[in-house]
Every structure is written in structure tokens, then in C-alpha cells.
Ligand binder design. Structure first.
Ligand code: PMP
Length: 435
């Protein structure tokens, strides 16, 4: 395997050249804010299983998996074949297609709270559609969400209280009420004050982008009880967490939402989102009904995504979910041992195949405990890249079914080497925490 080099260190690297060209046509050289890091990210050329290859031919073990969407890693043969076969038969029709039933049936079989499904092209859109349905069902406008809860890039749902609100009108921000994740009192207090005007409590059962923080049973059950008590809907956003249990994380938590949003793994890597729930709520999308809710989208439920999603779910039976969750546990243990052996104080929050690295040792129960910008995690990321391991700049790692124990151990060894270099060469300062 070619030894990876940090592309940014070399002005003549293919990544630098790719960035120079991209930058001339795309602000910041890409088309997603979340993938950027300074001075520019490593540009990728292709992927195969749990490995990705940059434009200079360096190889990386991939713990990004396109921000958890690629639960089977890159270019799984069965998913690729399904996409190719469907492409030959047409990629989209302005008409029903049985591939939609195939994917919807698979989701219904797995997730008990889902009777009916609508497909979208992203998790963001799925959340937008779910909120619209909740507002239509209740005749109310307010949404309650957790500080640090990530639900996509819709301007009505910023991730955190202190997020940049450029371009978001104050009237939009007035539609939102905040609670602190895992803080029952804060949720109860917002519902006691304004519960009669709340259309939905929207939560991730495990806060993913906000630091891989698992919702306590008490918190999630309270959300269910408070939504019911005040006549609001409980919307669980399982765009990221559906990978943690075949029945959805809601089954692990023992909470039944009114609506669930999905994305990522249900599309086999192609653009996807879905909202699902019981007939009494989802029926509002039925165009035969008076006052039905309009929901369009040129590529909604396109057969290309549907067949890729079916293949992805078929490759993810309970045993595979449990296997990658165990691999996640193994990686956490190995990394914790490695970090303490080299003297880098770190806290790892994790749930199954999802892992988040935090610099410093502390208890992490909600977003206030998470560093906004963690410079040590940033350095660890850069040095891990040079050791041929790719994870998200902000320290999010996820395991794919393309990995085995041997890759997990190799990853842990390489990240430990990177951590050793961080300790040896960098003056460690405390991360910029919010409290
Ligand atoms: N909800 C959650 C919980 C997510 O993690 C994400 C994406 N990371 C989204 C919604 C948005 O999905 P998309 O990026 O497909 O719009």
C-alpha cells in the first residue's frame, strides 16, 4: 500500500491541483460545507469496500463512509449490479413503480411504527416533509428540538442555538423552541410553557452529528409522554441511527414515534430520504383525501435509488448490524487503550458502529459538553490521514460491513500512531469548550 501523505503539505499534489480547479467553479472548492477542512481536503478518486484512494494514489481505510450512508462501504458488488441493471431499464418515471413498494415493504417489515412511507431525495427533505405533516395534523406551528440535534440543512432547523443564522429570517427562528438533550426538565419546561402550540418534538434517538450522544430512556420516554400529553407528534429522526438496529433505534429505546425520518443506509449510497408512520398520520399524503398535503419531487422514489436501497437493506440483516456494532465496540476499546498508552487524554462516545472522538476526559451527556472546534481532534484527523485512515474532521467515525476485526485492529494501530505524533510534536491546549 502506498504511504499516504497529507495532500495539503505538498503544493504539487493532485489534491492541491484538484482543489485549485474546483475552486474556480465552486465556492470553497466543494458543494458541501461539512466536507471542508483547511487548507483544502484530500480529493478522492475511487473507493472499494472499506478502502478509498485519493487522486495521488494513496490508500485510506475509510471510517467516513460518506457520513455513515455507505454502511457496506464503497461499490458493493450487489448494490452496483442492482444500480446497473435498473439503469438499463430506466432511471425514473413520472408514474408508480414497484421498486417503491419493494423498499417501502422492507422498511415496514423492520420498523414497527411504520405502516406507510413517502420517499424524498435526502434526509433534509424527509425532515421537512415530516414537519409539514406534523403541522398539518395538529394545526400548530412550533417545533421543539434539542440543542445540537442535526436534522439536515433546512433553515427552519439549525443544529445549535449559537449557529450562524445568516440568511434565516427572525420569523423562521420564532417557529423553534429548544431543549437540552438528555435533560428532561428542560424539555418538560418548554412543553409546560408552550406545549399547546407545539406541532412536534423532533429528536434523534442518538444524537449523531452532535457528538454521538445516546438518548437516555428517561429522556426519550419523557418526550413520548409529553408529546402525547400536549397533543403534539413525536418525530424521531433515524436518518443516522437506523443502522444501529434493524428495527430502528426506537425499538432499542422502547419508544414509538408518530413519524420517523430515514435516509443514508436505505438508499444504498444514492441520494435518499423517507418519512414513515402509521396510516392515521401518513394518510394525509393521499391525494384522494380532502385537504391532503401536497408533496412533489421529480426524483422522489426513483427506481435507481429504490433498487440500491433494497440491496443495501438485504445485505444488512440483524446479524450484520450486530457484527458491525461489535466491531464498533472493539474499535473503541482498542482506541481507548492506544490513547492512554501514548498519553493523549480523550473521551470516546459511541453507540454500536458510530463513534465520536473528543479531546479531554469528561462526562458527555449533551451538546454543552461537546467542543465546537476541537483543535486536537483536527490534528489527530490530519495525522491519521497521513497514516492512511480517513474519518470526519470533527472526529466522527463509523464502521461498515466491509470491515473485519483485522481492519479494525489496523485502524486502531494507525490512529494510535497518529495520536503519538500529536503528543510528541504538538503543544496540547485544552479544547475550546462551551463550558
Ligand atoms: N438527520 C440526521 C440525523 C442526519 O444525520 C442527517 C445527515 N447527516 C440528516 C438528517 C440530513 O440528511 P441529508 O444530508 O441526506 O439531507
Amino acid at each position: 500500500m502506498a504511504t499516504a501523505s497529507i495532500a495539503s503539505a505538498d503544493a504539487s499534489s493532485g489534491s492541491q491541483q484538484a482543489f485549485d480547479r474546483l475552486e474556480r467553479s465552486l465556492p470553497g472548492g466543494d458543494t458541501r460545507t461539512s466536507t471542508f477542512y483547511a487548507p483544502h481536503p484530500v480529493a478522492m478518486a475511487r473507493g472499494d469496500g472499506c478502502r478509498i484512494f485519493d487522486v495521488d494514489g494513496n490508500t485510506y481505510l475509510d471510517l467516513m463512509n460518506n457520513f455513515t450512508a455507505l454502511v457496506h462501504g464503497h461499490s458493493h458488488k450487489r448494490i452496483t449490479a442492482a444500480i446497473r441493471d435498473q439503469a438499463l431499464d430506466g432511471v425514473a418515471f413520472s408514474a408508480p413503480h414497484l421498486a417503491q413498494a419493494e423498499l417501502a415493504e422492507r422498511i415496514k417489515e423492520r420498523v414497527a411504527s411504520v405502516d406507510l412511507v413517502r420517499f424524498t431525495n435526502s434526509g433534509t427533505e424527509a425532515v421537512m416533509v415530516a414537519i409539514r405533516a406534523a403541522r398539518a395534523a395538529t394545526g400548530r406551528a412550533l417545533i421543539v428540538k434539542a440543542n445540537g440535534g442535526y436534522h439536515g440543512s433546512w433553515d427552519q432547523l439549525p443544529m445549535a442555538k449559537q449557529d450562524n443564522t445568516a440568511g434565516i429570517p427572525p420569523s423562521t427562528q420564532e417557529l423553534l423552541r429548544w431543549c437540552d438533550y438528555n435533560d428532561v426538565d428542560s424539555l418538560r419546561s418548554v412543553m409546560d410553557q408552550e406545549g399547546d402550540s407545539v406541532a412536534a418534538i423532533l429528536l434523534e434517538p442518538v444524537m449523531g452529528g452532535g457528538g454521538v450522544i445516546t438518548g437516555s430512556e428517561e429522556f426519550l420516554h419523557s418526550a413520548r409522554d409529553l408529546a402525547t400529553r400536549y397533543g403534539a407528534l413525536l418525530v424521531l429522526d433515524e436518518v443516522m441511527t437506523a443502522r444501529l438496529d434493524v428495527r430502528g433505534y426506537q425499538a432499542v429505546a422502547g419508544v414509538r414515534p408518530d413519524l420517523t425520518t430515514f435516509g443514508k443506509i436505505i438508499g444504498g449510497g444514492l441520494p435518499v430520504g423517507a418519512v414513515g408512520g402509521l396510516e392515521e398520520v401518513m394518510g394525509i399524503f393521499d391525494p384522494r383525501r380532502d385537504g391532503h398535503l401536497y408533496h412533489g419531487g421529480t426524483t422522489n422514489g426513483n427506481p435507481l435509488t429504490m433498487v440500491a436501497g433494497c440491496a443495501s437493506l438485504d445485505l444488512l440483516p440483524r446479524q450484520e448490524v450486530e457484527r458491525i456494532n461489535r466491531l464498533g465496540d472493539r474499535l473503541v476499546k482498542r482506541l481507548e487503550d492506544g490513547f492512554s498508552a501514548v498519553g493523549l487524554p480523550m473521551t470516546l462516545t459511541h453507540n454500536g458502529s458510530l463513534i465520536q472522538l473528543h479531546h479531554g476526559r469528561r462526562t458527555i451527556t449533551n451538546y454543552d459538553d461537546v467542543a465546537v472546534e476541537d483543535p486536537v481532534v483536527g490534528r489527530l484527523h490530519a495525522r491519521s490521514l497521513s497514516h492512511g485512515v480517513s474519518f470526519a474532521r470533527r472526529g466522527l467515525l463509523n464502521v461498515s460491513t466491509a470491515m473485519t476485526e483485522s481492519e479494525i485492529d489496523e485502524i486502531a494501530e494507525r490512529i494510535t500512531e497518529a495520536a503519538k505524533e500529536v503528543v510528541e510534536t504538538e503543544a496540547l491546549t485544552a479544547p475550546d469548550r462551551k463550558r
